[in-house]
Design a protein around this ligand. Sequence first.
Ligand SMILES: [Mg+2]
Length: 386
Amino acid sequence: MRTIMHVDMDAFFAAVEVLDHPEYAGQPLIIGGRKDSSRGVVSTASYEARKFGVHSAMPIAKAVVLCPHGIFVPGRMERYQEVSRQVQAIFPQFSPIVEPLSIDEAFLDMTGCEHFYSSLEHMGQSLKRKIRAETGLTASVGIAPNKFLAKLASDWQKPDGLFVLRPQEVAGFLRDLPVGKLWGVGKKSQALLHGLNLHYVRDILPHSEAWLQAKVGSALGSQIYHLARGIDERPVVPEQQAQSIGHELTFSEDVDSFPFLRRQLAELSEKVGWRLREQDFYAKTVSIKVRFHDFRTITRSHTLPHTFNDDDTIFQQALHLLEGVKLEPVRLIGVTVSNFSQGTQLSLFSTLDQSSSQVNEVMDGINRRFAPGTITKGRTLPSKSD
Ligand SMILES: [Mg+2]
């Protein structure tokens, strides 16, 4: 029998905004766009805003109608990612097997770790307390014998919830749930099941797997047959090692000055290089991404015969790729490196590589002691040429 824990931060983006702006506490808070924004959608609504019927994926304009006195903020993804990293850093203290699901959710396989705690409730409390202490935020936690049930459990007493579902309680818990709560049953499958007079999990139980498969298809039929019985064998899959490192920049206005773009590229290359060296990786491939004024997006890549981790190589390759792109006004530009290996494998016969890596070492040392970006190379500074 496994023990799976699902952790879900409560109204995460809104909660981070309240953390940084205590005056928002207790207010209906809507993340996704300003009050006058015509095209944004709600990414998170605080629990106070939800009372007015505001929910995620709703157009901002509609949220303004429902909740005219609400506080509307566009959202700060970088800040949310920063807090997300703080939360993610806590999980390995509880389990070596962690599967992040999204910026604010993760599964932890706690099998075998339970006996470090006096009870499963105590185990969940201890994680919640740790998250609260280190970030000031609340999370909801569900503990159950598998992923499907753990995710249902974390949702059960949200916000700031803790719900433990023991094997002997599973059947009773599932019976009266609407079929839409089953993993993988979206709006379309739900309509299909309703058409068969299957509204609650208990309605599925009398039918054989073969009958369900004949009615709704082989994959969905088998899935709901098993989920209705609380059976879900999917393992918790630990996060893959990073496959690429990238940074991108969106401009507030479309840009068509090449010298300006060149400077942004240099700055992005330094950020990417810094993270590459922090993780002790060497890359072989550099890619750029360019999004034009009409949202058309292109990527270009180049793979070198040797590995590298210095800003210069990243920048020179990225610049070369950018020079090959027919430029129109640009809305976003990004630099990514991939194709990783660990350890040095510089190209032979190149003195440039050596001096360049020494420069990076000195710069990284300074940036580590102060803040990233304290010292940058001259080419990221504004020049007179543009
Ligand atoms: Mg959440």
